[in-house]
Design a protein around this ligand. Structure first.
Ligand code: NDP
Length: 253
């Protein structure tokens, strides 16, 4: 039996920001396995080259810092020139900083906002300029269960992810009429470098397992199906939504 044609995204070109490791790399692998030409992004050329060598199909790399507006403009222009018109953009690059709000430094506040929120505006705007002119494109912003809920010590992170959810809806409102669809994917607790301190904290780790209806931490591969759906024609009438892939955690108290 073959897959339904609504899920066919082979031949598309996709850029995944922050894909040198973790969730971004798993999403890039999923897109490559679905037949896309994939462009990996990050700040470290060596690490990107290593990641690219391990993926199937046609994989390219684009080294730029997603918080640096001129670098983003040059980076997207370069990708379109070298690889071709972008059909799919995944705004995934992000970071976490854990500290009580009263101890949170100004510089850290700006850094986390720039990395998690401003980056999606900068990269999204550059890609959407081209996608809207062509009349089609899919943008998927990687939100978080913390777009909905928060815990002590991660207020700035939750603020960036909550705002990213609303930016997703706003992008949909502005660019949807021009054929560009924008949605969010909201991971729950997923084992990556970003969550390593939490995974290694046995008490917290057990709390995540108890608190998640699915009874376990998420794996990066758990996110691939949701992304492929949002990137495919099967989601052509889905706009401004965040699909939470969190083992059910966002839904229960
Ligand atoms: P990792 O820390 O494992 O990976 C982060 C990636 O982002 C790396 O590839 C890093 O590349 C890249 N990156 C960071 N800053 C920049 C920058 N300024 N410019 C370009 N690339 C950058 O994180 P995860 O894989 O865990 O997280 C990925 C996304 O998923 C983030 O947006 C995160 O908030 C979100 N998320 C994660 C969850 C989890 O449980 N892990 C839960 C919910 C959401 P390099 O350092 O090589 O430049």
């Amino acid at each position: 039996m073959t897959a339904h044609p609504l899920f066919d995204i082979s031949g598309r070109t996709a850029l995944v920001t922050g894909s040198s490791r973790g969730i971004g790399l798993a999403l890039a692998r999923g897109l490559a396995e679905a037949g896309c030409t994939v462009v990996l992004n990050g700040r470290d050329a060596g690490r990107l080259a290593e990641a690219a060598a391990d993926l199937p199909g046609e994989v390219r790399t684009a080294v730029f810092d997603v918080t640096d507006a001129p670098a983003v403009a040059a980076g997207i222009a370069d990708v379109e020139e070298r690889v071709g018109p972008l059909d799919i953009l995944v705004n995934n690059a992000g970071m976490q900083l854990r500290a009580p709000l009263l101890e949170f430094a100004d510089a850290d506040w700006h850094r986390i906002l720039d990395t998690n929120l401003t980056s999606a505006f900068l990269v999204g705007r550059e890609a959407a300029r081209r996608m809207t002119a062509r009349g089609h494109g899919k943008i998927i912003n990687i939100c978080s269960l913390q777009s909905e809920v928060v815990r002590p010590g991660i207020a700035p992170y939750a603020a960036t992810k909550g705002a990213l959810k609303m930016l997703t809806k706003g992008m949909c409102a502005d660019w949807g009429p021009h054929g560009v669809q924008v949605n969010g994917l909201g991971p729950g607790y997923i084992e990556t470098e970003l969550t390593r301190p939490l995974v290694e904290d046995e008490e917290f780790s057990a709390w995540v397992r108890r608190r998640t209806p699915a009874g376990r931490w998420g794996r990066t591969e758990d996110l691939v199906g949701g992304l492929l759906f949002l990137a495919s024609p099967a989601a052509d009438f889905v706009g401004g939504q965040v699909l939470y892939v969190d083992g059910g955690m966002t839904s229960v108290l």
